[in-house]
Design a protein around this ligand. Structure first.
Ligand code: GLN
Length: 205
């Protein structure tokens, strides 16, 4: 198992550290050739307009779309925006996941906050039934999901903050900024399924 992290801008190092703690090989992706041989890709948080601008400049837009058709991809925060079909304003997007996002949805006063979320899907990868401590930083909301999208987590008021569509995953918050690796394990399981690898093989390299 070898997982790439899009390393154009944002907190890619933190994702890489979580994966390496789990014993997974990683590679920073900056050029199309870096996608070769990967089993999945994480798009980190940061600034989605900057990530989109750099991905366009580095000729990555089409290679990323092609990669995502047959591999698991997970976007956190800005990465979730970049993965979406619709961010309501013009900016370069991969346009893959059938979600509409509202950027910076929490306004100035509560730009950043932390909250415990119930995420039943995590029970597929862990016996730990505790809520997931989610860190939101100038986060987007997932305002609308298409019929093929599964909602994985909502805020107490019902607003959507994590979703999955087949082998694509989007979270508004930053699991890489906590020491709880359950979302990374969920993503690894998705990547292993997409690559048709058993998860124990996936985790032992
Ligand atoms: N923490 C983040 O990734 C913030 C996302 C950023 N506000 C954006 O709109 O792209």
């Amino acid at each position: 198992m070898n997982i790439g992290i899009l390393a154009l801008q944002g907190d890619f190092i933190e994702h890489q550290q979580v994966l390496e703690r789990l014993g997974v090989s990683t590679r920073q992706v900056r050029l199309p050739a870096h996608l070769e041989g990967l089993n999945g890709l994480i798009i980190p948080g940061g600034e989605s307009t900057t990530i989109g601008k750099l991905a366009t400049e580095f000729g990555l837009m089409e290679p990323l779309r092609a990669f995502a058709l047959s591999h698991s991809v997970w976007g956190t925060c800005a990465g979730a925006i970049f993965l979406s079909k619709d961010a309501r304003r013009p900016q370069p997007l991969l346009g893959l996941m059938d979600i509409e996002v509202q950027r910076n949805a929490f306004g100035r006063q509560v730009e950043s906050f932390e909250i415990d979320l119930e995420v039943p899907a995590l029970r597929r990868v862990s016996d730990d039934v505790r809520p997931f401590h989610a860190v939101f930083i100038r986060a987007p909301l997932i305002e609308r999901v298409g019929p093929e999208v599964e909602i994985l987590a909502t805020l107490p008021d019902g607003r959507i903050v994590a979703a999955r569509q087949g082998h694509w995953l989007a979270t508004s918050f930053h699991p890489e900024l906590t020491d709880d690796a359950r979302f990374h394990r969920l993503f690894l399981q998705m990547a292993a399924e997409t690559a048709r690898l058993p998860l124990d093989t996936a985790l032992s390299h």
